[in-house]
Design a protein around this ligand. Structure first.
Ligand SMILES: Cc1ncc(COP(=O)(O)O)c(C=O)c1O
Length: 299
């Protein structure tokens, strides 16, 4: 069989949309609105019945250029016509260009690319753990995260997420996480003092610059500046989850710019490619503990 035998012939009719059939075959992990979207242009979308909507959701804070933006269509078309996938076993010039742009325009020195926000946070968690083991000499590194935070839906990132509703029925969760109230510096100091009482355990603090899922809770400038100082004092890493607030969504390119601090590690996804799946974990050279073989992704 040749690869062309696998391509459906153009005469194959596309069935009209049928929600019952959809629900029979797609896992029911979402409570969907009864709208089937088919086409978009700028900030407008059209459903299969031809009805027009103003799209205030933008793919959950993702379609930064709107729908079918000519620059995005042209870039994706040009690339897919040239070469669409080779794995990370080879140099991909465009990947290097993006890393160069991201590091030139942020406090980071290095980028690891992946597919989603949860995956970017997984990379950050692994990097912090490796830093904990190899630099801080901690046997079982702990990462502090905030109540009402959101970091994704993989097992490690639901554990990092300080909202029990996302964890219910998925235990045993991943060990090595401890929760503190957001914007409460005293509580954070106390938690570190308690956890580090007999021997250092805390390797990193993971926070959103502005919590966007467990409410809309902006980070206090004074709090984040104290957190930064505390991390420096203890030699621990400050990881910021910029998956939702990064790429200009607070008016500055990065959420941390509003707080007058720099993280050691930050994570991106959502708006980074305007709706094409991508994630990135960026870090300063000082905490770049990864070596070949430590972390990977097919895409
Ligand atoms: C702050 C934050 N972190 C992580 C994620 C997870 O990203 P993804 O859904 O791409 O895995 C989200 C998604 O809403 C988010 O808002």
């Amino acid at each position: 069989m040749s690869p062309t035998d696998l391509v459906p012939t153009p005469t194959t009719a596309i069935a009209p949309f049928n929600a019952t059939e959809f629900d029979r075959h797609v896992m029911g992990t979402y409570g969907r609105f009864p709208i089937a979207l088919e086409r978009g242009e700028g900030c407008r979308v059209w459903d299969t019945e031809g009805r027009e909507y103003l799209d205030f959701v933008a793919g959950i804070a993702t379609c930064t250029l709107g729908h079918a933006h000519p620059a995005l269509v042209e870039a994706v078309t040009a690339q897919i016509q040239k070469l669409h996938h080779v794995s990370n076993l080879y140099y991909i010039p465009e990947q290097g260009e993006l890393a160069q742009w991201l590091t030139a325009n942020s406090c980071a020195d290095r980028a690891f690319f992946c597919n989603s926000g949860a995956e970017a946070n997984e990379a950050a968690i692994k990097l912090a753990r490796k830093y904990g083991h190899t630099v801080l000499n901690i046997e079982n590194p702990v990462i502090l995260t905030a109540n009402a935070s959101f970091h994704g839906r993989t097992l490690a990132t639901i554990t990092a997420t300080g909202q029990p509703k996302y964890q219910k029925n998925f235990n045993p969760l991943v060990p090595g996480f401890h929760y503190v109230p957001f914007n409460d510096f005293g509580a954070l100091e106390d938690a570190i003092a308690t956890l580090n009482q007999t021997q250092p355990q805390v390797a990193a603090i993971l926070l959103e610059p502005l919590q966007g899922e467990g409410g809309v809770n902006p980070g206090d400038v004074a709090y984040f500046q104290q957190v930064r100082q505390l991390c420096d004092q203890h030699g621990i890493l400050l990881i910021l989850d910029e998956v939702q607030v990064g790429m200009g969504r607070t008016g500055k390119l990065w959420g941390y710019e509003n707080l007058g601090i720099e993280p050691d590690i930050f994570t991106l996804a959502k708006g980074l490619a305007g709706g094409i799946p991508i994630g990135a974990m960026l870090c300063k050279e000082s905490c770049n503990a990864f070596e070949p073989g430590d972390h990977a992704s097919t895409f």
